[in-house]
Design a protein around this ligand. Sequence first.
Ligand SMILES: [Zn+2]
Length: 196
Amino acid sequence: MSELAPQSITYCGVCSWPPEYCEFGVTLKKCQAWLHENDQALYEKLYSADALANATSTLSLEKQEKLNEELAKKQHKEELKQERELQKKLSSKVVIKRIERNKRKHIISISGLEVFNLDSKKLAKTFASKFATGASVTKNAEKKDEILIQGDVSDEAKVYIEKLLEEQGLNEVKVEQIDDKAKKKKAAPVPGAPAN
Ligand SMILES: [Zn+2]
């Protein structure tokens, strides 16, 4: 670049601010590398030893290093948090219980969805229209949401929930189906006795 050329404003290719402002961002090192590559003169002006020694209004390298360290720590913490959440999801499961009300009537209860951030109310609505049946949300004994669906739709519900989990990249999560037969009376049922 000739010194006679009219001054044109350079914008940082990394953070998009004028390079004088790069130091206030979190990408200073990348910004510096970019500037070194793209505008050596400006790089020298901003970051040469002399420039840094003369700088009074700019953050010291030491300070910048500290900021970078803090940022790295934050990023690391966030990564750990995400990892923990993922592990929790992977070790959880959705349970679809098929409950026999009587010989011909079944209801399906689905629990364990909240870990996967699946909205039970929304899902109940979806199932109600998808299976043209009644579906509602109640709280189970553990005070967790549980979807109740009228009808024998355990397999269909499983397929649908697995699809939702897959969309989250959670293919390994188990959707367990349980068959809950009508509760036996305390006395053993007499063979051939009329039901109910
Ligand atoms: Zn920059």
